[in-house]
Design a protein around this ligand. Structure first.
Ligand code: AHR
Length: 500
């Protein structure tokens, strides 16, 4: 460590609550892509890998531990090529198809609606299903919702019963298409807005199942897409999505390696992750014009790092390693999401296992947890807590004449009155000393403790041979006196404090 930079001050007003952090901000996304579903989650009942009804036990236990609140499926780009009827009934009769978008491999449809719903039941999370607008029909989408949620006598509900499920499932979140500006049909916003209006009409609420309908939203800074969708369909949607990936390089010419990267790619990755704040602010301003009450949730249902695939792996499988840099990207995003909790109602990191910024990597029967997983674990205390008002002034992180704020912060108070403060120091060379003033606290015996994830090198990561290189440990760099905290954050660190 070279130096601790000063001039970092934070004031947390524990008595000024700014709204709830929807726990769905900690949502996930699992697509039929590479080894995410097959091998990563689903191994089949006959596998030698320990499983429950085909779902691997180790991955299930790890995901349960981070309290996954909602899971998006089956895509992604796959969703607009997926025909749900191919994925139900006896497995030996299920249609095999080519996953043209992701690696051209054979999809045997062994993981379908029943298996996904079972996974959500095991995880105790809400299912979020993305329907097919790009290549599917209105009838197909309508019948899927009927199949899943209709209680009485109907062709689809009867078929569900024949396939072994008597009771309807509860299905809250339904996406009407995915990336319809791109892989979901290459549409213009005006055309998609009309299709959205039409398709969503037949996404019915059966019995007491009330569907929260999510319209396919913009790519990155396509503000016109948000404007057109809101103008033409805002009263028919509950949520509008946004997709933004953190890519240090160029999407087509080379994104950059997940582990072999130079200093400037660390800096640019932090800069691009912080860009999420501007995107939320600007898209939200457009949404405010049509929805000043913020009834419609911003649903950031794809986010995370996107690097070049690991050498020697199928380019269509999007398998990448995960370092302390990814941990910082995750922490930065959560601090941003918390501070926009009035509009951001759900986010889904891409993706859960073996794809992009994964929580978990598997190799046959082996499994490791990534630095990103550990940040989800450290931050889960913020789920459904009240965001607290934070005033802060931070020094800068400078690199090659460019400047970023060195530290980001967010804080919340949970139902038991515990305060959690999460801090990220993005500087790859310098620690940060912070003075944190805790206001609005009356308890006499306040105490503080914390957890930190950090590393000695920018590309530190876990491997199947060394699975615990990067993991959270107790944080000892904090002292508390008279409601003032003195904090020393090492370089490249994410910390969560609990004040009780
Ligand atoms: O997450 C990988 C892909 O990225 C998704 O399938 C698609 O929606 C996005 O372009």
């Amino acid at each position: 460590m070279e130096a601790f930079l000063v001039a970092n001050n934070v004031i947390i007003n524990a008595d000024i609550q700014k709204g709830r952090i929807n726990k769905n901000i900690y949502g996930h996304f699992a697509e039929h892509l590479g080894r995410c579903i097959y091998e990563g989650i689903w191994v089949g009942e006959d596998s030698s890998i320990p499983n429950t009804k085909g779902i691997r036990n180790d991955v299930l236990a790890a995901l349960k531990n981070i309290k996954v609140p909602v899971l998006r499926w089956p895509g992604g780009c796959f969703a607009d090529e997926y025909h749900w009827k191919d994925g139900i009934g006896p497995k030996e009769n299920r249609k095999r198809m080519v996953n043209t978008h992701w690696g051209g491999v054979v999809e045997n449809n062994h993981f379908g609606t029943h298996e996904f719903m079972l996974l959500c039941e095991f995880l105790e999370c809400e299912p979020y299903i993305c329907g097919n607008v790009g290549s599917g029909t209105v009838q197909e989408m309508s019948e899927w919702v009927e199949y899943m949620t209709f209680e009485g006598e109907s062709p689809m509900a009867n078929w569900r019963r024949e396939n072994g499920r008597e009771e309807p499932w509860k299905l809250k979140y339904f996406g009407v298409g995915n990336e319809n500006w791109g892989c979901g049909g290459n549409m213009r916003p005006e055309y998609y807005a009309d299709l959205y209006r039409r398709y969503q009409t037949y996404v019915r609420n059966y019995g007491n199942n009330k569907v929260y309908k999510i319209a396919g939203g913009a790519n990155v800074d396509d503000y016109n897409w948000t404007e057109v969708l809101m103008k033409n369909a805002h009263w028919l949607m509950d949520g509008l999505s946004l997709h933004y990936y953190t890519i240090p390089g160029d999407f087509w010419l080379g994104k950059g390696s997940a582990i072999d990267f130079p200093e400037d790619e660390w800096f640019i990755t932090m800069k691009k992750a912080l860009h999420m704040d501007e995107l939320i602010t600007k898209h939200s301003t457009i949404m405010d014009k049509y929805d000043p009450q913020k009834r419609i949730g911003m649903i950031i249902d794809e986010w995370g790092t996107w690097f070049d695939v690991e050498p020697g792996t199928n380019p269509g499988f999007l398998y990448q390693q995960n370092t302390i840099r990814d941990a910082l990207v995750a922490g930065l995003h959560f601090n941003i999401f918390h501070n926009h909790a009035d509009r951001v109602q759900m986010t889904n990191i891409a993706q859960t296992v073996n794809v992009l910024q994964a929580m978990i990597l598997t190799e046959g029967e082996k499994m490791i947890l990534t630095p990103t997983y550990h940040v989800f674990d450290m931050y889960k205390v913020h789920q459904d807590a009240e965001v607290l008002a934070v005033d802060s002034s931070f020094g800068t992180y400078e690199y090659n004449g460019e400047k970023l704020p060195q530290v980001t912060v967010s804080a919340s108070k949970n139902a038991e009155g515990k305060i959690h403060v999460s801090l990220c120091n993005i500087d790859h060379q310098n620690g940060a000393e912070l003075d944190l003033d805790l206001r609005g606290i009356t308890a006499a015996n306040t105490k503080v403790s914390g957890t930190i994830i950090t590393a000695d090198t920018m590309n530190a990561h876990n491997t199947f041979e060394q699975p615990d290189v990067v993991k959270p440990v107790e944080f000892t760099g904090v002292t508390l006196e008279n409601n003032k905290l003195a904090i020393k954050l090492p370089e490249m660190s994410v910390v969560t404090l609990v004040i009780e």
